[in-house]
Design a protein around this ligand. Structure first.
Ligand SMILES: Cc1ncc(COP(=O)(O)O)c(C=O)c1O
Length: 372
């Protein structure tokens, strides 16, 4: 295990200093754009950087419309409400995810149901989804959305999931919070479902401090997302007329300014993250008993967090202790949603693969190594 720690220290060129899991890098025009916000007083909910950040993201992802919001959690909640999810409905998602996915569903008043993952993608298994739907025909009318998650930057079997959902008339909202810069067969994650959501939290591939983006594949729906995530104001130069109860989840201009500067560096950041991933892949190819979790076939991953699987929980825990003691930050995957107190009584399908992955996986330092 010490050779792994040493390898990570070499990879990051840090023989002694603490190595974080994923720290942001500000090597572009971040300070200039932030100063511009302050100098012009446009620090709040409208401003040129919001529009620019949305357009840059739309063009990069190929979505028809991208709408910037305060964070990924609110983005998911809004997206779910906009596809028709409401109080008492059921929403299918996966048991292995960050808690924000389940919270976003709960915040609409709906009840999450937890489906198992595929061992290779770590994301929702379309087979398990189909099995659950076939076994619960009486529940289908109450299911108002499905939220598959692209875990750690790798694509889940999103096409197959969309096909299963289509057969049952269930809209798909993709949780692509971790997926900026990841593609499946050339198509950006978050653009397969009716809506998709990205996150720009401080630990993500790029950051806006806090922030999220809702991706829409259809102009009209995208326009509605923009309207509802603001104040539902009917455009007029001075009159205050609003035509719906809206959320004001708008991303402030000051955060979007950071986002524009980060987007200008995205290609460099992704290239370096992919080089880090290639180094891990090569290194673990010759390590017995530890499997590197590579991108599934057809997926050009952002390798948000490189991940390895140990043989069992005991070995995993030993490595977590050794690496963190040595100042190399590593983390297990999240506890399964079904093991958290607020979701323990919710339906799940047994989560066999998800439990196995959660017990054996470790995330390794994966941040870009760009220097100012
Ligand atoms: C899978 C997943 N879903 C949702 C979120 C929520 O995003 P945010 O932190 O921007 O609210 C995150 C990240 O934090 C995430 O990793």
């Amino acid at each position: 295990m010490d050779d792994i720690i040493q390898f990570i220290r070499q990879l990051y060129g840090e023989p002694e200093a603490f190595i974080p899991l994923h720290a942001p890098v500000f090597t572009g025009r971040e300070k200039e754009y932030l100063s511009h916000c302050i100098d012009t007083t446009f620090v709040s909910s409208v401003g040129e950087y919001v529009t620019r950040f949305e357009e840059m993201t739309r063009d990069f992802t190929g979505a028809k419309r991208a709408v910037a919001v305060v964070n990924g959690t609110c983005g998911l909640t809004a997206a779910l409400e906009l596809v028709g999810v409401g109080h008492g409905d059921r929403v299918l998602t996966q048991g292995l995810t960050f808690v924000a996915t389940a919270n976003a569903i709960s915040n609409t008043g709906a009840i999450p149901v937890f489906i198992d993952s595929d061992p290779d993608t770590l994301g929702m298994s379309p087979k398990a989804l189909e099995v659950w739907l076939d076994a619960h025909p009486e529940e289908i009318p109450h299911i108002k959305a499905c939220v598959p998650v692209h875990i750690l930057g790798h694509a889940c079997r999103i096409r197959e999931i969309c096909n299963v959902c289509k057969r049952h008339g269930i809209p798909v909202v993709e949780d692509a919070a971790e997926g900026l810069g990841s593609f499946l067969d050339g198509r950006h994650l978050g653009t397969f479902g009716k809506l998709g959501v990205l996150s720009y939290n401080g630990n993500k591939t790029i950051t806006t401090g806090g922030g999220g983006m809702i991706l829409a594949g259809d102009e009209e729906l995208g326009g509605h997302v923009k309207h509802m995530t603001a104040t539902a104001k009917v455009p007029h130069r001075w009159e205050f007329r609003h035509d719906a109860v809206a959320w004001n989840y708008r991303m402030p201009n000051i955060n979007a300014a950071l986002g524009c500067a980060q987007m200008e560096k995205l290609d460099e950041i992704l290239a370096d993250k992919r080089a880090v991933a290639a180094a891990y892949r090569d290194f673990f190819a010759s390590v017995d008993g530890i499997d590197y979790v590579d991108a599934p076939q057809g997926c050009l991953s952002n390798y948000w967090l490189n991940t390895v699987l140990f043989e069992d929980r005991k070995q995993r825990d030993e490595f977590l202790a050794r690496s963190n003691d040595a100042g190399v930050m590593t983390r297990p995957l999240w506890a399964l949603m079904a093991d958290l107190p607020m979701y323990a009584n919710h339906e799940n399908d047994g989560l066999k693969n998800a439990r196995d992955l959660a017990e054996r996986a470790v995330n390794l330092p994966s941040g870009p190594r760009l220097k100012p």
